[in-house]
Design a binder for this molecule. Sequence first.
Ligand code: AMP
Length: 373
Amino acid sequence: MTFNDLKLSEPLLKALNNMGYNSPTPIQEQAIIPILNGRDIFGSAQTGTGKTAAFSLPILQQLSSKVPTPHIKALILAPTRELASQISENITMYSKFVRVSHTVIFGGVSQKNQERELRRGVNILVATPGRLLDLMQQGLIKLDKVEHFVLDEADRMLDMGFIHDIKRIITKLPAQRQTLFFSATAAPEIMKLANSLLKNPVHISVSPVSSAAPLVEQSLYYVSKENKRSLLKHILNTGKVEHALVFTRTKRGADKVAKELNSSGISSEAIHGNKSQGARERALKGFKNRTIRVLVATDIASRGIDVEKLSHVINYEIPEQAETYVHRIGRTGRAGLAGIALSFCTNEERTYMKDITKLIKQKIEVIASHPFA
Ligand code: AMP
């Protein structure tokens, strides 16, 4: 199956082509047409299956076919700040050639910029529950025009104690709407919530990503946040790392690491959602033809990076989602070649590392003898 078979519009197909997506993933194959047809969805799928595109593309298509208005027409709720920003970064790329605006809001940062974006008028709002309620109570957000509601990672939402927040948010949504519900598990309380929200849903289930590429040699460095840059430079200067793809959690982080490396004489470029398509292509080309030694990327921007013989992937920050780790290290060791994946882990990140080892069912060797241990 191709994306052409999924009745997606030209501008969306163009964006997918730009991103190097060749064919739809199973959840995209199953979800896109029913969503375009206005159906509710119960999707049993984890992050890593391509579910973000599965719900974002048909929402974008539905919204772009209407006359533009400044109202929030789609609300996407995600449990963590990381997931919310990832979804938003995805939408930035998918919506490149359509006139649909979006923004992301989450807690833990000042609300000023978020407020400014909201005042401009957005069509798709990606949000974590706490900050959303907060801004709703301040009268900055109205949900009475919402036509599409996505609850992503519902099981994690419940685990994180968001049930009451979610219920309060739902009371503010129009009853007449499309609801897309995603959860990796189908525990009774999840089904109860799903049943209360969904009308005659299409059930879709896809299998999770679970095992790390077996050929990838993985190791773990415990290091403080402050020492991560020194450790990175040390490894690049003393190890046998010719070429590396370095992952950071945020766009700003990617810029900072690239800048730091360049000022130490290690040629580096950052790629992320805020860079223009041209800048990303140039960086990628430089990395492929080896004029750039280190490419620093956020998870979303790294898609489509398919560098032959990529020897090293470095997790400068440990991803919150274990599946993201599998995707990251899958960039190395391609096509039967052994790859090496190094992870820098602070005390705070140990819980993420635990989730990762549980998912991949492998022990990762700890390198204790480094100067920044
Ligand atoms: P998600 O489950 O939405 O977080 O997606 C996981 C990863 O798969 C993302 O990094 C996307 O870049 C990538 N992805 C999603 N759909 C496709 C596709 N059809 N082709 C290639 N990569 C994709």
